[in-house]
Design a protein around this ligand. Structure first.
Ligand code: NI
Length: 297
């Protein structure tokens, strides 16, 4: 919560007409900021009495507030099967460096092994969904076993310190009537499969995505357990932004692009995510976690 800062609320109000989702970088320490006017390095460096500049690491970061414009293109990157010991953190580094977010559909037993990963996902404004507890094909389970599996995954998320997810991505995208009607969750698949799980080849993943004509509104399937997927993400995140896409979470995409929130016992898959943009987007409020982080006046 250290990155949530006091200007968040006023910034949220300021941007509310276009829909503000505040995720801010660390608050700069004003006393560390050298007044620009006293550093005439360009004019006459020889006469400058300024000491060698302080190490780069001490420069305060510019505050950053993420704003979603519902009129502009957007898509949701999703990463399944983690958290991974190494690769989840590397993907989060890429997202953070580019002021982007994604949705992580995590496996309960992996969350139990690497709980800090989901905490960082939440801190960066990423969305966390459940990908079951041990990656069983949920459509082959009876209702009781299905609910037990999801409850075990929930326990791992809450033990890690994040809420039990409302979103579930069924392993293999396999859904039957029992899965659709008994979990009380929103079932989220995808409409773009990068094939990263099949090729495990960064260049093929990059070329495939860059060759697609229109990614507006897309929910893109990737995985956080392959080095090639991390390498692809490192290229694709900035490339997608250069193409004008806002990288948003699945719930943000549904609100801003489709004008609704994910409903329980409902499947959102290929057909849904191929639909065109709504004329009546929803604007999401600042999340309770972010509001909590705003210090009392
Ligand atoms: Ni999976």
């Amino acid at each position: 919560m250290y990155r949530m800062i006091s200007f968040l609320l006023s910034a949220a109000v300021m941007f509310s007409s276009t829909g503000c989702v505040g995720h801010a970088a660390a608050l700069p320490e004003p006393q560390l900021k050298a007044p620009a006017a006293t550093v005439p390095l360009q004019e006459n460096p020889a006469e400058s009495s300024a000491p060698d500049s302080a190490p780069e690491a001490e420069e305060p970061e510019e505050p950053y507030v993420r704003v979603i414009d519902p009129a502009k293109p957007m898509l949701a990157l999703t990463f399944d099967d983690g958290p991974h010991e190494t690769y989840t953190g590397q993907i989060l580094d890429i997202l953070e460096a580019n002021h982007a977010v994604a949705t992580f559909f995590e496996i309960g037993c992996n969350v139990a092994k690497y709980p800090a990963a989901v905490v960082r996902e939440a801190e960066l404004g990423c969305e966390i969904g459940s990908h079951s507890n041990v990656h069983k094909n949920l459509s082959k389970l009876k209702a009781n076993a299905l609910l037990e599996d999801l409850a075990a995954a929930d326990a791992a998320f809450t033990a890690a310190g994040v809420p039990a997810p409302n979103l579930v991505r069924p392993p293999y995208g396999e859904v039957n009537k029992t899965v659709r009607t008994t979990t009380g969750r929103s079932l989220i698949t995808w409409n773009i499969d990068t094939g990263d799980w099949r090729t495990k080849d960064a260049q093929k993943i990059i070329s495939y995505v860059q060759g697609l004509e229109n990614l507006n509104g897309a929910v893109v399937l990737m995985h956080s357990i392959y080095e090639s997927s991390v390498q692809a993400a490192a290229a694709l995140v900035p490339w997608l932004q250069e193409q004008g896409y806002q990288l948003v979470t699945v719930t943000e995409l549904m609100a801003y692009y489709h004008g609704e929130l994910p409903q329980p016992n409902t499947l959102y898959g290929y057909t849904y995510f191929c639909k065109s943009r709504t004329d009546t987007p929803l604007t999401l409020p600042v999340s309770p976690a972010e509001e909590e982080a705003v210090p009392e006046a």
